[in-house]
Design a protein around this ligand. Structure first.
Ligand code: KIV
Length: 277
């Protein structure tokens, strides 16, 4: 019997008392491992563009690609709160389209809420989705979908003016009704101050220890993906090296004929073969 499903009110109630964990998953195998490890929330992030689909960034990821992967996670995870990312241009152009795409994550993929990247300018879109009855996380700081206009993949908010903009973005997302704000690549003291100022939880990636929750990319944490260029993570395993070693050993065993062995083969009564001669 799995533990009870994690809910948004439960994570909100933990603000300032008990930190929560979030990790990415894009398929059934990783979703099961993350869920069974007791992680509180699973993000089907548009980082799947690089990790699963081989794109050089997140901008090309489509809504259909997100739904394809989110469905696999939605079918598998039983306990964690599920968060579906809205990819570039799934929400920016038109609030009605934003609501429809957010609704696809809930209806088709079984997600519990959605995440969108935004500044003050996207707050009305976040509000429209919230008003349609869908919970939203506002992603601020480094927003990879529009990284080119932020000067590439880099720490944000280092000047007084840039720090003020990030604080304004956080306050705008809270005012728009977001249930949490995710901060990416924001200096730790600024993220700590924003965490203090907001009533809703903050979730950090490269945003220091004071956020209410932490998120990492599972493929980076386990050594399956080389990394995204910023030193926010910690590699807890080198599963990539382990898998590479297993694959090379398989090839060597095939070449020197130690695989398949008798226990990997199916026997047959020799008399049947003789009948075929
Ligand atoms: O898409 C993603 O995986 C994300 C994380 C960087 C938080 O947005």
């Amino acid at each position: 019997m799995p533990d009870a499903k994690v809910t948004i009110p439960e994570l909100q109630a933990r603000k300032g008392t008990r930190k929560f964990t979030m990790l990415t998953a894009y398929d059934a195998t990783i979703a099961r491992l993350v869920d069974e490890a007791g992680i509180d929330a699973i993000l089907v992030g548009d980082s799947l563009g690089m990790v699963m689909l081989g794109y050089s960034g997140t901008a090309p990821v489509t809504m259909d690609e997100m739904i394809h992967h989110a469905k696999a996670v939605g079918r598998t995870a039983k306990r964690a709160l599920l968060v579906g990312d809205l990819p570039f241009m799934a929400y920016q152009a038109d609030p009605a389209e934003a609501i429809r795409n957010a609704g696809r994550h809930i209806k088709e993929a079984g997600m519990d809420c959605v995440k969108l990247e935004g500044t003050v300018k996207q707050a009305p879109i976040a509000r429209a989705i919230v008003d349609a009855g869908i919970a939203v996380i506002g992603h601020i700081g480094l927003t990879p979908q529009t990284a080119a206009s932020l000067g590439g993949v880099a720490v944000q908010g280092e000047s007084a003016e840039a720090a003020r903009r990030i604080l304004d973005d956080a306050l705008a997302m809270e005012a728009a009704g977001c249930w949490a704000v995710l901060m990416e690549a924001v200096p730790a003291p600024l993220a700590g101050m924003i965490t203090q100022r907001l009533r809703i939880p903050t979730i950090g990636i490269g945003a220091g220890p004071d956020c209410d929750g932490q998120v990492l990319i599972t493929h980076e944490l386990t050594g399956l993906f080389p990394g995204f260029g910023l030193s926010w993570g910690r590699r807890y395993a080198d599963a990539g090296a382990l898998i590479g070693q297993a694959i090379r050993q398989y090839a060597a065993d095939v070449h020197d004929k130690t695989f398949p062995a008798p226990e990997n083969s199916f026997p047959m009564d020799e008399s049947i073969l003789r009948e075929l001669e």
